[in-house]
Design a protein around this ligand. Structure first.
Ligand code: PHE
Length: 494
């Protein structure tokens, strides 16, 4: 195979911290992409809910919160389509580039002060672009290494650092510019970040060699017409839903929010049914898919809580937390940078602990159970703060730092483990779809969150945070109890 032959020099290359030079290209592209993604997201809820006089869109806070959740749901749901396009038509390298261009165009739309139309067009472009970039850039990282290359995992850890350096700095810059100067200047910074990422990607592309340059499973001539037919049907179905919503007067922000939220919950059910029923799935594989279901639910609940950072916890930081240091009030969105900051510090420590424990590590279901309980605990802290405080006095920023610290530990227990477990539990015929399932668990979490977050208000904090914390702890206990059974269904996969 010519692909392996041309990829060989890339594999021997150790010029980027002992990794192939191509990893540096991908590291910085993803760093700038996350700079723009998280930077914009850090101020989105504030911008949507700010009054028109203050340059915002004047939405009610509960609706603004929900929209932030469904925006995330749409991004990770469409990653399924982006993965498919790369595998079968475009190849990952090109998908990443086109995706970046769409993302940059989306942020430019949001930077223009033309009101809600350009904002929604901008969000749509970012969703389409992320679907092409986000899943596929990881495949290119994977393709830099042979399957047996021992540097593979550490390559991914380094890549995850790039994600968090981008997220950390993007939220400080865009958060400051958006909240203190002007929303659109903040969005402009996100556009500039993505532009730098794209230029860097083009300049460094030659170092990627043949890694995922062509579709891994290209469409054959007769599959092509069938596939185009299916794409046409899917687009048609979305249009029909749109027209029906328009005719019934539900094509509003509320209606779109509910439609995406329902789709995020229904899609995984369809996927699981197809995988379980397919004649291509063997008996052992079917068991593994069954083992994946409780872990999928755990992951969805995890992200449901974790991703409230951008809406509920942002509003909490804005309204309820003391933010004045040396007489200057820092932007509420700066709290968003706490998670990536902790992650950069804690990731190597957790990796070291797993290495030390070796085979004595807890099983994947147990790690998931602890992660879900831990993320629940973070909301438990906020419930306790509500119990002992009152809604009229501001609370110390230390509480929010503690909450994000706890959540980061939980993220490290679940996020890296989840991805590698997904690849191991996938039936052979559904490998790339199963990767999409991992993103779908995130999307399902956000889809449900869109229905949950409107209930948050400063007056009902105890109930809001308390109930979610209890749900997480209850699910964690169930998974802990069922861990042995789940492990048995995994048939040797750890
Ligand atoms: N911080 C991670 C990232 O941006 C969070 C994440 C993990 C998102 C898994 C989606 C899926 O990549």
């Amino acid at each position: 195979m010519s692909a392996t032959a041309t990829a060989a020099p890339v594999n021997d290359d150790r010029s980027f911290f002992g990794h192939p030079r191509g990893l540096a290209t991908l590291f910085f592209t993803e760093m700038w992409e996350r700079f723009s993604y998280y930077g914009m997201r850090a101020i989105l809820v504030f911008f949507l809910s700010a009054s028109v006089a203050n340059g915002g869109l004047g939405m009610e806070k509960p609706l603004a919160s929900s929209l932030v959740s469904v925006y995330g749901a749409a991004i990770y749901m469409s990653a399924l389509a982006g993965g498919w396009l790369a595998d079968r038509l475009l190849g990952s390298q090109r998908s990443v580039f086109y995706g970046g261009v769409l993302i940059m165009a989306g942020h430019i739309c949001m930077a223009l002060p033309f009101g809600s139309t350009s904002v929604f067009l901008g969000l749509l472009l970012i969703i389409l672009g992320s679907s092409l970039l986000k899943p596929n850039i990881s495949s290119v990282v994977g393709s830099l290494y042979e399957k047996t290359d021992a540097r593979r995992d550490s390559g991914f850890s380094l890549f995850y650092m790039g994600i968090n350096i981008g997220s950390f700095s993007g939220q400080l810059v865009t958060g400051y510019l958006g909240e203190k100067v002007n929303w659109h200047v903040g969005f402009g910074a996100a556009a500039v970040g993505m532009a730098i990422g794209l230029i860097q990607y083009k300049l460094g592309a030659r170092h990627l060699g043949a890694a995922a340059a062509t579709p891994s499973n290209p469409l054959t001539a007769d599959e092509r017409s069938k596939a185009y037919g299916r794409i046409g049907m899917s687009v048609g179905a979305i249009l029909v839903v749109g027209v029906v919503m328009f005719l019934t007067g539900t094509l509003t922000a509320y209606g779109i929010k509910n439609a995406i939220s329902i789709a995020a919950m229904v899609l995984p059910v369809i996927y699981f049914t197809v995988m379980l029923r397919s004649p291509k799935t063997t008996k052992v594989e079917r068991d593994r898919v069954k083992a994946y279901i409780p872990l999928f639910i755990a992951s969805a609940l995890f992200w449901l809580i974790f991703e409230q950072a951008a809406n509920v916890l942002n509003i909490y930081a804005d309204e309820r937390v003391e933010k004045t240091v040396f007489g200057w009030e820092f932007p509420a969105s700066w709290f968003q940078s706490v998670n990536p900051m902790f992650l950069i510090v804690l990731a190597p420590i957790v990796a070291w602990i797993w290495l030390r424990l070796g085979t004595r590590q807890p099983s994947t279901p147990r790690k998931f159970a602890v992660a879900v309980a831990t993320v629940g605990l973070s909301f438990g802290v906020l419930a306790l703060v509500a119990l002992f405080g009152d809604a009229t006095t501001k609370v110390s920023p230390m509480w929010l730092l503690l909450v994000y610290g706890i959540q980061t530990v939980a993220e490290l227990l679940l996020s890296p483990v989840g991805l590698s477990m997904t690849t191991k539990l996938a039936p052979a015929a559904f490998l790339s779809q199963m990767m999409g399932m991992w993103f779908l668990s995130t999307a399902a979490g956000y889809g449900i969150a869109a229905q949950v977050v409107p209930f948050y208000s400063a007056e009902n904090e105890l109930a809001y945070f308390g109930i979610l914390a209890l749900c997480a702890i209850a699910l964690s206990v169930l998974i802990w109890i069922g861990a042995k059974r789940i492990k048995k269904l995994m048939h040797g996969v750890i």
